[in-house]
Design a protein around this ligand. Structure first.
Ligand SMILES: Nc1ncnc2c1ncn2[C@@H]1O[C@H](COP(=O)(O)OP(=O)(O)OP(=O)(O)O)[C@@H](O)[C@H]1O
Length: 606
């Protein structure tokens, strides 16, 4: 009992939201939108692929008539050797043509499919990159990743084979029915009797198979989420010795995956024999009734043989169309999820005629600015202040008081809900977003290091800078001394998130990156919080170099780092309580004075 309860607790602990709907009703509008991605290929790959489809289908349809009606009835039975020879050549030639056309068909279709997937993925990625911060606030990285990778992959099959096969199959089916009827209408009707039975069995079985594969995919999505979290959080897991719980949950998932997969495969395996059985029934009817018709003289031997060939061709698309239908429904769900992202518009919009100033001086004005991330709480509550170009301003206040929010509004990651934010006297919304952001650098406490070399990571600040510029920037902020000690110096590879570097070293790299960008406005969000006292002294010096001639907004919890700021703004619950320089605020003996005293007391106690 205890054990069951424990297992239950583990299962409840790892809860993963399910934003995966695997299949959806067929929707023409959506299909039409998907087909638009074929447009760029409307003049080359698409018509070429169609042509190969039509030629290969036509060749397949001609051969049985040539074998049955002409070779058997005309050449063999009537002993016409010249005709027989001609037919042998013709049929061989057609087989060669069919081989060549099929090879081209596969090649062009795959190329077409791959091109469409490439375009769609590029479109989606470019679009997602242009979206505002709010979009990323509301979604996990995993769910975005799944759409760009898995959902697009599931459309791949639809585009490479699905769309054209669908056409080929309809063409084949229609043509075979017409030929079967024209060869012998009575025999065709007799065989078609089993069609509804076959249709009923295959549709219901197909649906069951589809549902089983859905289950497999859902479990696999859960496994992905769990794996992602386990690897990202491995340090925390090991610290709290939670490996066994993790393993146990994984074991459950793995077991479920195995079981559902087995069930799906079992159902899948039933489909083939069922189609074959109906095929066999059809053949029995063909032989029994066909033979009667031949003996009555209502059908020739050749027609009978051709008929048998076409009958085989008739079942083939029927079996495949069911599978294609499933693929189509999966594609509908995936494309719906992809289009949902593509329809997201950036909340921070470029002005119709954006101002592109030659350079920004760096004056910042907030006039009665209000902002809320959601409808429930206000993060800024009518905030007004002015920062002159070149000034250093520090924002202080307790956790959640709105410091980072101010920085976010200056970079225009969000737009104020009310009030006005101005840069150099222009409303921030009137400026070109790219021009604005090219003049702003943000250094966060949690610096992001990309995989690549140290050199490349610093150069991220200004892709056009030379190696010498990068090294000069690193020297200016005091990062050079630790970089040259690394195995390959500036060419040392750092993995994603820069795990081989200490937090302080990563911070120095981001300072160098910011310096290289040479921004007019610099935002340092808790930038010196994770640095030891010795490094801090170094950084304070580096900061002086970094801040020279720029407007700076510093967000700091350690008040010792902001004494020299031109202005200190004290925030509380989205309101400004005080503003002034260190000396003025200390003389006033208000909130700032209290914060400084409290911090000294705490440090003194340590
Ligand atoms: N992306 C977000 N979505 C919703 N609410 C948010 C978001 N970011 C911040 N908030 C909320 O807005 C308020 C202000 O947050 P902000 O990050 O500006 O505080 P802060 O003063 O920088 O805090 P800290 O010193 O802890 O970094 C907080 O109540 C916070 O919970």
């Amino acid at each position: 009992m205890e054990e069951t309860k424990r297992k239950q607790l583990i299962l409840e602990r790892f809860h993963y939201s399910q934003d995966q709907v695997i299949d959806k009703q067929f929707n023409w509008k959506q299909m039409w939108r998907l087909l638009q991605y074929l447009k760029p290929y409307a003049k080359n790959l698409l018509p070429l692929s169609f042509l190969t489809v039509i030629i290969s289908t036509a060749v397949r349809l001609i051969i049985p008539i040539l074998i049955g009606v002409y070779t058997l009835d005309k050449a063999i039975i009537e002993k016409d050797t010249t005709l027989l020879l001609q037919l042998v050549f013709l049929i061989s030639g057609l087989y060669v043509l069919s081989y060549v056309v099929n090879a081209l068909r596969i090649r062009w279709l795959n190329k077409l499919g791959q091109n469409v997937i490439y375009d769609l993925r590029k479109h989606l990625f470019t679009h997602v990159q242009s979206l505002s911060h709010r979009f990323f606030d509301q979604r996990s990285a995993g769910s975005i990743l799944v759409r760009i990778m898995n959902d697009i992959n599931s459309l791949q099959e639809l585009f490479t084979n699905g769309v054209i096969n669908l056409l080929t199959d309809f063409l084949l089916l229609f043509a075979t029915i017409v030929i079967l009827f024209s060869l012998n209408a009575k025999l065709t009707i007799a065989i078609m009797v089993i069609l509804p039975i076959m249709f009923f069995i295959s549709t219901s079985l197909r649906q069951k198979i589809r549902l089983s594969w859905q289950k497999v995919r859902l479990i696999q999505a859960k496994m992905n989420s769990h794996l992602n979290e386990s690897i990202q959080g491995i340090r925390v897991t090991q610290t709290f010795t939670q490996e066994n719980e993790n393993t146990e949950f994984f074991k459950e998932l793995n077991h479920d995956n195995f079981q559902t997969w087995k069930q799906a495969v079992r159902k899948n395996a039933m489909f083939g024999p069922i189609v074959e059985m109906t095929n066999a029934v059809g053949t029995v009817i063909l032989i029994w009734y066909g033979a009667a018709l031949v003996s009555k003289g209502e059908c020739t031997i050749g027609e009978f043989v051709s008929f048998a060939f076409y009958l085989g061709m008739f079942w083939e698309p029927i079996g495949r169309l069911g599978q294609l239908y499933n693929q189509l429904l999966i594609g509908m769900a995936s494309s719906e999820r992809i289009f949902e992202f593509l329809d997201e518009r950036p909340l921070v919009k470029e002005a119709a005629k954006p101002l592109v100033p030659a350079s920004i001086k760096g004056q910042i004005d907030f006039e009665n600015v209000e902002f809320s991330y959601d409808t429930r709480r206000k993060a800024l509550n009518g905030v007004s202040f002015s920062i002159q170009a070149g000034e250093t301003v520090a924002l202080v206040g307790h956790t959640g008081s709105g410091k980072t929010t101010i920085a976010n509004l200056v970079s225009r990651f969000y737009d104020a809900t009310a009030g006005v934010v101005k840069i150099d006297g222009h409303k921030i919304q009137d400026l070109s977003i790219a021009a604005l952001r090219s003049q702003i650098s943000v250094v966060l406490q949690e610096t992001f290091i990309f995989s690549g070399t140290i050199m490349e990571n610093i150069r991220f600040g200004n892709p056009n800078s030379s190696d010498e510029d990068v090294i000069a920037a690193a020297k200016a902020v005091g990062a050079d001394s630790f970089i040259v000690q690394l195995v390959n110096g500036y060419h040392t590879e750092v993995e994603e998130r820069g795990n081989i570097l200490s937090v302080g070293e990563r911070q120095l790299l981001s300072f160098a990156r910011a310096l290289l960008a040479d921004p007019k406005i610099l935002i340092l969000d808790e930038a010196t919080a994770s640095i030891d006292t010795e490094t801090e002294v170094k950084i304070q010096q580096a900061l002086k170099a970094l801040l020279k001639g720029r407007t700076a907004i510093m967000i700091a919890h350690r008040l010792s780092t902001i004494r020299e700021a031109d202005k200190i703004i004290v925030l509380d619950h989205g309101n400004i309580l005080e503003q002034g320089n260190h000396d003025t605020l200390m003389t006033r003996q208000g909130v700032y004075y209290g914060l400084v005293k409290a911090q000294y007391k705490m440090l003194g106690a340590v």
